[in-house]
Design a protein around this ligand. Sequence first.
Ligand code: DGJ
Length: 728
Amino acid sequence: MAIRYLEEKKIFQLDTKRTTYLIGLTPEGYVGHIYYGGRLKGEGSNYLLRMGEAPYTPSVNLREKSSFLDFFSMEYPTGGVGDYRESCLNVRGEAGSIGCELLFTSYQIRKGKPSLEGLPASFGRDEEVETLELWCEDQVLNLRVALSYSVFADCDVITRNVRVENAGSEHLKLEKVYSACLDMDNRDFEMMTLPGSWARERSIQRGKLRFGKQLVSSTRGESSHQEHPFMALVTPETTQESGKVYAMNFVYSGNFIAQAELAQFGNVRMVMGIYPENFCWNLKPGDHFQAPECVLTYSDQGLGLMTRNFHDFYRGHLIRSPFLYGKRPVLINNWEATYFDFDSDKLLAIAREAKKAGIEMLVMDDGWFGKRNFDDSSLGDWTVNEEKLTSGLPDLVKKVNEMGMEFGIWFEPEMISPDSELYRKHPDWAIQIQGRRPTQCRAQYVLDLSRPEVVDYAYQCVADILHSAPIAYVKWDMNRQLCDIGSSYLDKDSQGELLHRYVLGVYEMQERLIREFPRLLLENCSGGGARFDPGMLYYSPQIWCSDDVDAIERLRIQEGTALIYPLATMGAHVGDCPNHVVGRNTPFETRGHVALAGSFGYELDITRISQEEREQIPGQVEMCHQYQPLMQKGDYYRLASWTMEKPYDCWEVAEKDGSQALVTFVQVLAQPNMHSRFIYLKGLLEDAVYSLEGTEEVYTGEELMKCGYLVPSEKGDFRSYLYHFIKR
Ligand code: DGJ
């Protein structure tokens, strides 16, 4: 039983394999947070609610209600009534004032995990997950709020979401509705986040939590390159293996906030939800609003366990694609090979060479439609450019298929170019503020997906192309962020709904796509990795990680991404040299080893690379086939981090039963006058004996984990090594 209500104590106890979460009710009905941390053997107690401390609860001491609210640990604090820390819910009533106070009314515990209307959401079988719904009410507004907790015991994850219902007769306005809050006492916490930029997404940042509010957020209409909907609070001694870690990740692909606030009494409030700026949802009588899901995990064994909890959770309970553990084709994408300058002959030449090398799919990137010869036109006009694809798309696909390769295609369905037939016909379909000259970015505007006919049009364009030929893969791109938040479809009182409605429109299109084309391999992408978030993983098993495919830059990007997301979700390709973003030259072998950590492919002109490099491709394809199942299912361990501390980078993926492990070691810059270095493996069986593939070497699991494996020091920058240990 993962969830219990201890009736006498008025405590809800949520247990996972290694953690316990306690919620307590005060006599007046405030829903308080008691505890989140290591698993308790026994039952939680209510002394933990701290109701004995002055100024006592409001039922005992009404005159100090605000002092009580300003300190009490809340499960879901509301704004306007005396808790001055960050609130999670702000509701404006018809009188124009903001104020809301939630008191408990009832609860329900059930097996399984309900889906969330229109939103991505985790799932699980009845024997894997239990859900607690706590219903609360604000009696003045007649507002009903359900706080929902789903307990995934095996992966030490609790997910939360919130549903708000207007049961009264006033027209309410929801100005802020977060999805999760965690109140705790400070433990000298440090805050970890994943900031970045284009071509350098998700770098790990860690720093001491100071008084006041520290937040990361996106106001860009997507989760963004710049910030990431993730936050962890960690105790100072935290390493990969030790330390306490409280982490939150948001299953949403739009504006978000992740904030930690260190308040006056040394208490910390960590919140996550939709960013309130430019958000205002009308809640008319009878209406409801469903806030997205937030994933929480706690680890008292450092970051490594946090990572594996997230990986297991996303693989087991969020990603729906049949490709999750299925064989994924090794693909070659023509973007960096040709940019916009290609035609069917060029694509077929690439495909022919690729096929010879064992590559299994050709992906045709941007530039195949309308009159798109550069990035300044035709988005929205999804008709094949027959000057480039001279005999049409079906014929091109047929020829590629006849070579024994699959075919994939690029779309950017959410966009509209000012220079497009679509814009000339429907200028009102673009997001823009009336009377204001709209801001262009990459010479394009964003479609107003709050308008149902636009969602239908954009979806149908994609579907029609997919029906026209046997297309196995779609790369769904999104190359600009949102501004000029105005819709000519929504009325003036509903403009604050546009950003969320936009995200719902994206989800609706992708849901339709995977339902209509269940065997399609979908890869999300956003100008590199700007929409790499759990929301998108619900629709696609892989997401393009970054436009920077330089093997050394990718060490940092993939380390940050893999801190939360399973390796196989990261689109990772062997790129060209000098690298197009940083101009660096790295060995072809290293590029292959680094890309092997993700969903593997090529991003280069195979007809133009050197013979020596081309000859390495069949071996790399074989390597991918050999290790892909392990990379998809195994446990990931970060053994050394070039980004954080070491001169080299090293990670391991171990089969869950300890039967094999693959270690990747990248010597970033060669060090002069150096000896060999130990790396300490994880996840093996101490008593088992392991052979190192391709050698006569044999080790016990204990030796490899406790004493370490010796990596020789070699000359040469950017060199990498793979070590595959197999249990005998
Ligand atoms: C951004 C993507 O990340 C690239 O891989 C490429 O598809 C371009 N867009 C095409 O415009």
